[in-house]
Every structure is written in C-alpha cells, then in structure tokens.
Design a binder for this molecule. Structure first.
Ligand code: ZN
Length: 184
C-alpha cells in the first residue's frame, strides 16, 4: 500500500497513538489504513459418496485439482459465498451446507471456512476458472495433484471422519513449514 485511498497522498508506516502495532497512515488526511485477514469460503460437494473436484484454469497452480473455494465478497454471507464459488467454478448447485472446518493460515493472512454440502443434481460443468470438473470416489482422489495444503488437509479430515460418520467442526492451523497442521 503506497497511496492514500482517501486523498491520494503518500502513506507512511507508523504506530498511531494508542495503537500497539505499526499501520499504514496518511500524514495529510490522518486516515489509518488497517489491514486485516481475508476470509476464503469453500465446500466439499458430495454426491452419493463421491465428491466434486475442479481442475484450475488459472494461476497459481494452474492444472491442479481443488474443491470450489474463493474469497468472500463484501456484503456476502459465508453460506452464500460458498454457494457462489461452487457455481462460478463448477456450475454446481448446493444444498444442506454445514460448517465443517476452519483453517487459520496466519503466514498469508487468510482464514478458510470449509463447508460440507450436497449437490442438488448432476447438472454441473466447468466454469470459467476451471478446465474440467469431475466426481471422484475416495480411491481416485488425485492426492499428488491437489492445489494447496489447505485443500489436502480438508479432504484428509473429510475421508477420516467419514469412516466414523461423525463430522465434528474443528479449528486448525496451516503452518508455513511443509503445510503440516496442529489442532488448537
Ligand atoms: Zn489521505
């Protein structure tokens, strides 16, 4: 961040009075420009034991497989965001959304909220951000071609919990070192 979005002046980094950390600050109009983590919402779309994956048509990790997920928009509920991403990436319609996993990824200032969901029908197809979309059973999940550690961890949790049939909500950290996680 270099210029003030309020008045266009050059910003400085300084600790505002009463604050406990440095912020981008505009010396001209005295606006403090706070930066906060971004929320990503996604889902595991299920259909009769299989789950829907999308092959990315965009960088980063073009060509890798992912579940539908993306940044929450302003004014949007987390449920609506997950439904929108499933439609944008896979033209898929969801029902029975259930919050499942929350991942803190502090080194990139992101949080991922993952839902479980069911496809309402098999009327899905690749959206503009996907090369292809396909249903996978557990044995055919392309574990070596998944896009990000958070996607791998989400699917690991899912298939582990599916054995017991108990999908308990949990909060986890994705750490910078090799994508391992610890439970809070
Ligand atoms: Zn300003």
């Amino acid at each position: 961040m270099k210029q003030c979005s309020n008045c266009g002046s050059s910003l400085i980094v300084t600790k505002p009075p009463g604050d406990d950390r440095p912020r981008f600050f505009c010396p001209a109009c005295h606006t403090v420009h706070y930066e906060n983590p971004k929320m990503v919402v996604g889902c595991i779309p299920e259909h009769e034991g299989r789950i829907l994956l999308c092959r990315r048509a965009i960088e980063p990790r073009l060509g890798s497989w992912t579940i539908p997920a993306g940044y929450l928009e302003n004014g949007e509920t987390v449920n609506a965001g997950a439904e929108r991403e499933a439609f944008e990436e896979a033209r898929a319609h969801l029902t029975d959304l259930s919050p499942y996993l929350l991942f803190n990824i502090c080194h990139i200032n992101q949080m991922y909220l993952m839902f479980r969901a069911r496809l309402t029908d098999l009327d899905f197809s690749a959206g503009s951000e996907s090369l292809e979309v396909r249903l996978f059973d557990e044995k055919r999940i392309p574990w070596d071609e998944l896009s990000f550690p958070v996607i791998t961890e989400t699917l690991r949790h899912y298939f582990r919990d599916r054995v017991s049939g108990r999908f308990t909500f949990g909060i986890f950290d994705i750490l910078k070192e090799n994508g391992t996680y610890i439970k809070i």
